[in-house]
Design a protein around this ligand. Structure first.
Ligand SMILES: [Zn+2]
Length: 256
């Protein structure tokens, strides 16, 4: 079974996808996006098979043989049973995303410290502060807290993931999705960088939001981006008003 890389249109063999998973896990660990055995990665191998990282291993030191193959209902394929490897209980949220988003080919879950700290402080990252974030992500919403590893987690992200490719899991971490592991990893890096920039601005004295004219221009660019990527347009999409509907915002806007 081959994994189809939508970006290049070429078939990517399972062993190449395993190597990509190893590289991505390594980058997550090197950047401090995960500690100990935190985080998990997954990718579609085909319509009825998913390649996923097993629980209990550091994502910085995976080998290509470590990821296991499961069915879309989460069941381990018979060939992988009895080998002491099983998917993480956090795989439930991955399964929910694959159910909801046929366009998603890979998912990365991590615990990036600054972005996660925002949710602990009750400060939203869904604000109109960085043009690139507005256009490429539409915003970074925060899902309500759910106990990791329970069915509460897929429920908490179920609606948001229909529209957004990056979601903060309150008091927990991030979930980013894409057409490849590399794409999902890049969004993780973008989320953490957004959090770092916003924190630095706060420390300098003020987190200013973009002026309304710029916001409406960016909203149009966002609609163009969605159209180019074959994604449904959200009716009357208010990309910068998310802060009013997501987990609190302790930092006042500057009123511009
Ligand atoms: Zn986690």
């Amino acid at each position: 079974m081959a994994y189809v890389d939508r970006a290049s249109g070429t078939a990517q063999r399972e062993d190449e996808l395993r190597q990509e998973m190893v590289r991505t896990g390594r980058m997550m660990w090197e950047r401090g996006f995960v500690a100990a055995t935190d985080g998990n990665l997954s990718a579609r191998l085909g319509p009825d098979r998913l390649l996923v990282t097993p629980s209990g291993l550091s994502k910085g030191f995976l080998s290509a043989d470590d990821p296991v193959v499961i069915r879309p209902d989460g069941e381990l394929l018979p060939a992988y049973r009895g080998r002491g490897r099983r998917p993480s209980s956090e795989i439930l949220m991955h399964l929910e995303v694959y159910r909801q988003r046929p366009d998603v080919m890979a998912i990365v879950h991590a615990h990036p410290p600054v972005a996660t700290a925002f949710s602990i402080a009750g400060v939203t990252l869904a604000r109109c502060v960085l043009p690139e974030v507005v256009v490429s992500l539409g915003g970074i919403p925060t899902a309500e807290y759910a106990t990791p590893g329970t069915p509460e987690v897929p429920e908490s992200i179920s609606l948001m993931i229909q529209e957004f490719d990056a979601v903060i899991l309150a008091h927990h971490g991030t979930l980013t999705v894409g057409e490849s592991l590399w794409a999902a990893y890049q969004l993780l890096a973008r989320v953490e960088q957004t959090a770092e920039i916003t924190l630095a601005a706060h420390q300098l004295g003020r987190v200013g939001t973009l002026p309304p004219v710029a916001q409406s221009q960016l909203a149009q660019k966002r609609r163009d981006w969605l159209q180019r990527h074959g994604r449904p347009l959200c009716d009357g999409c208010t990309v910068c008003a998310l802060g009013t509907t997501q987990a609190g915002n302790n930092w006042e806007g500057d009123g511009r």
